[in-house]
Design a protein around this ligand. Structure first.
Ligand code: CA2
Length: 151
């Protein structure tokens, strides 16, 4: 049976992870988080691709490119979570399920972070679990997309 393929999308400023605001986002860099995710994917026997952009259109392009090519997505759209109808529309058109992830507990922060354009169309939302949220999302997607075994 071919490996399932999942994609991780990271939005603006997440490339700065580990360099500023460790009290909110922790000490790990985005490369560290990618490494942990790839290790978890290896354990689960699935493949993971990794993408980060500071540009809304680049994230939309990537979602369109992934359409029909992945079994699910993990999306930390960062600030675009709270602003982007374009990214919502792209994800809605993508067909594959996605889990929305936020490293910090957005519900304990500024009011503007408490609205998401993505949550109601996501298969699940993980917030405030730190970088581990990515791995939790991967495990959830893996379970959610399990294919029945042939006898
Ligand atoms: O908690 C999350 O994962 C967020 O998606 C992170 C976004 C924020 O806009 C969302 O409301 C919640 C911000 C990502 C920027 O990350 C930085 C990391 C280190 C230093 C500066 C920014």
């Amino acid at each position: 049976m071919p490996h399932r393929i999942f994609a991780v999308l990271n939005g603006p400023n997440l490339n700065l992870l580990g360099q500023r605001q460790p009290e909110i986002y922790g000490q790990e860099t985005l490369d560290d988080v990618e490494r942990s995710c790839l290790a978890a994917a290896n354990d689960l026997g699935c493949k993971v691709s990794w993408f980060q952009s500071n540009h809304e259109g680049a994230l939309v392009d990537e979602v369109q490119r992934l359409r029909g090519n992945v079994d699910g997505l993990i999306v930390n759209a960062a600030a675009y979570t709270h602003t982007s109808v374009a990214l919502r529309d792209a994800l809605a058109a993508c067909d594959a399920p996605f889990i929305e992830v936020h490293i910090s507990n957005v519900h304990a922060r500024e009011g503007f972070r408490q609205h998401s354009y993505l949550s109601d169309i996501a298969s699940g939302v993980i917030v405030g679990c730190g970088p581990q949220g990515y791995e939790l999302a991967l495990r959830r997607l893996h379970a959610l997309t399990a294919r029945p075994q042939a006898e």
